[in-house]
Design a protein around this ligand. Structure first.
Ligand SMILES: Cc1cc2nc3c(=O)[nH]c(=O)nc-3n(C[C@H](O)[C@H](O)[C@H](O)COP(=O)(O)OP(=O)(O)OC[C@H]3O[C@@H](n4cnc5c(N)ncnc54)[C@H](O)[C@@H]3O)c2cc1C
Length: 468
């Protein structure tokens, strides 16, 4: 502390206002704590500003464009279908992102949460300093929740710039590129590749391993690859990206595949090869907080670090980098501070990829269940036998249940197809509630709905399928 810099005593501080931090802050306030949030860039974090939400807005715009171009199967046609991408971007920013981040600010006010815009840096395990433009202030805290999130990884030969973009740049393009190269076929790269292909770009995905979307089953990945083929997306696997060289009007990307050096010219290249936790420059070492070799903060099942009054949640701790995981951990940490016995339980953690078709998974996959030593029964019901899917003309995909053959206990579930992002919630609840496949089969589902495919997958599992 410098002379004249008096520390201000606070109760609970949360660093970072992403889906981990802001949810933790609100829940801590609901549980009676006086909460202060410190955020250096944007309320709502990556998810609301440059992640989940704007990406889904662009994906939706792409779907609308495609539907307008081609609904002839329904006898619907339109002429002169065009995109005004500046308008799309304006809608995404002002009607979607700003509305949601404004909502978080309102919730902070409602719960009397103080928000300080500035960069937080730990001084020890009971105080931190907030650096603002022209000033700095020290605060002491009783409890601290760190939710500083993650940032894109830059790779050698691909320095981010005007034409070499991270996912944030990819979301904020001024125009739909004619040619777009996406490096990395994980869920962010695959989603945005699909979105821009739907918006009219020719997209090339360069993936270093032998498959895109490695966390999903092969039968699900195949559906996405089939749809990329229809959209004209080029997918090159086992491709090592070498270098991007900016040219007068674009960028030239070189990569190695099959032992050969190849080049592809594009308007932009977007690098989505993963994200790095923001744990380097926030004073964790100074406060004596332990990290793993991968730079993640070590926490127990309440999110508590090796310092008993300091918690860490979201992308900076182990597990999938997902917004709902961050929020869930934020609630547990807030409850732990309030003295409740809450602990995390990831058994039913869902994940969704918003490709065409959407992919959803919850609990164990067949492979993981076998690895865990379970006997496994796989029961699949295809959307091609679902009335609602046929009426939507979206029959690709299936619901797949992974269960114990003897007890029928549900171990996991996957959905590929229309509405997968919503349908997976029912299956997540079933896992959370300890349901078995018979419970799913016996649950009356309204007709005609995509959800009936869940019931019918239960019928397949119990041995009495009606529609296949
Ligand atoms: C393009 C894209 C699409 C995605 N789509 C999905 C999706 O569909 N579904 C999903 O579940 N997840 C998705 N994600 C991942 C999701 O955004 C993250 O998992 C989630 O945002 C993590 O939440 P968090 O609270 O841990 O951190 P973040 O959202 O990263 O928030 C951290 C906050 O901390 C602030 N901060 C950092 N350091 C400091 C400091 N020293 N002082 C003060 N403030 C600081 C940052 O400015 C930031 O606002 C997507 C991500 C990307 C990039």
């Amino acid at each position: 502390m410098v002379v004249g810099d008096f520390a201000i005593d606070l109760d609970t501080i949360v660093i970072g206002a992403g889906p981990g931090g802001y949810v933790a802050a609100i829940h801590a306030a609901e549980l009676g704590q006086k909460v202060t949030v410190i955020e250096k860039e944007f309320v709502g974090g990556v998810c609301l500003n440059v992640g989940c939400i704007p990406s889904k807005a662009l994906i939706n715009a792409g779907h609308r464009f495609q539907q307008s171009l081609d609904s002839s199967v329904f006898g619907v046609s339109a002429e002169n279908v065009k995109i005004d991408f500046a308008k799309t971007q304006d809608w995404k920013q002002h009607k979607v992102v700003d509305r949601l981040t404004g909502g978080v600010n309102m919730l902070f006010k409602k719960h009397k949460i103080d928000l300080i815009m500035g960069n937080a840096f730990l001084k020890d395990d009971h105080s931190l300093r907030v650096i603002q433009k022209d000033s700095a202030q020290t605060y002491t805290f009783k409890n601290l929740i760190i939710a500083t999130g993650s940032r894109p990884i830059e790779i050698k030969g691909f320095k981010f710039g005007k034409r070499v973009l991270d996912s944030t740049g990819g979301l904020n393009l001024p125009e739909v590129p004619k040619e777009l190269v996406v490096i990395g076929g994980g869920y962010i790269g695959s989603e945005l590749a699909g979105a821009y292909a739907n918006l009219g770009a020719h997209v090339t995905i360069l993936e270093g391993t032998d498959s895109i979307l490695p966390n999903f089953d092969k039968d699900m990945i195949k559906l996405v690859l089939d749809s990329y083929k229809k959209k004209g997306v080029t997918v090159v696997t086992s491709a090592m990206a070498k270098e991007a060289v900016e040219t007068a009007n674009g960028v030239e990307v070189s990569y190695e595949a099959d032992g050969k050096l190849n080049k592809v010219a594009a308007d932009y290249v977007m690098v989505t090869v993963g994200r790095r936790p923001n744990t380097n420059d926030i004073g964790l070492e100074i406060a004596g907080i332990e990290k793993t070799e991968r730079g993640l903060v070590k926490v127990d099942e309440q999110g508590r670090t090796n310092k008993k009054n300091i918690y860490a949640i979201g992308d900076i701790v182990a597990g999938a980098s997902l917004a709902h995981k961050a929020s869930y951990e934020g609630k547990v940490a807030a409850e732990a501070i309030a003295g409740k016995p809450s602990t995390v339980d990831y058994v039913a953690m869902p994940a969704v990829c918003y490709t065409d078709p959407e992919l959803g998974t919850a609990g164990l996959t067949e492979k993981d269940a076998k690895k865990d030593g379970h006997k496994v029964k796989v029961s699949k019901f295809p959307f091609v036998a679902n009335g609602r899917a046929i009426s939507l003309d979206q029959t690709e995909g299936f619901v797949k249940l992974i269960s114990e053959p003897e007890t029928g206990e549900l171990l996991g579930a996957q959905v590929a197809g229309a509405g997968a992002s919503d349908l997976i919630s029912e299956l997540t609840f079933a896992l959370e509630a300890g349901a078995n496949v018979e419970d799913l089969a016996l649950t009356i589902h309204p007709h005609p709905t995509l959800g009936e495919a869940i019931m019918e997958a239960g019928d397949v599992a119990t041995g009495f399928p009606t529609h296949i």
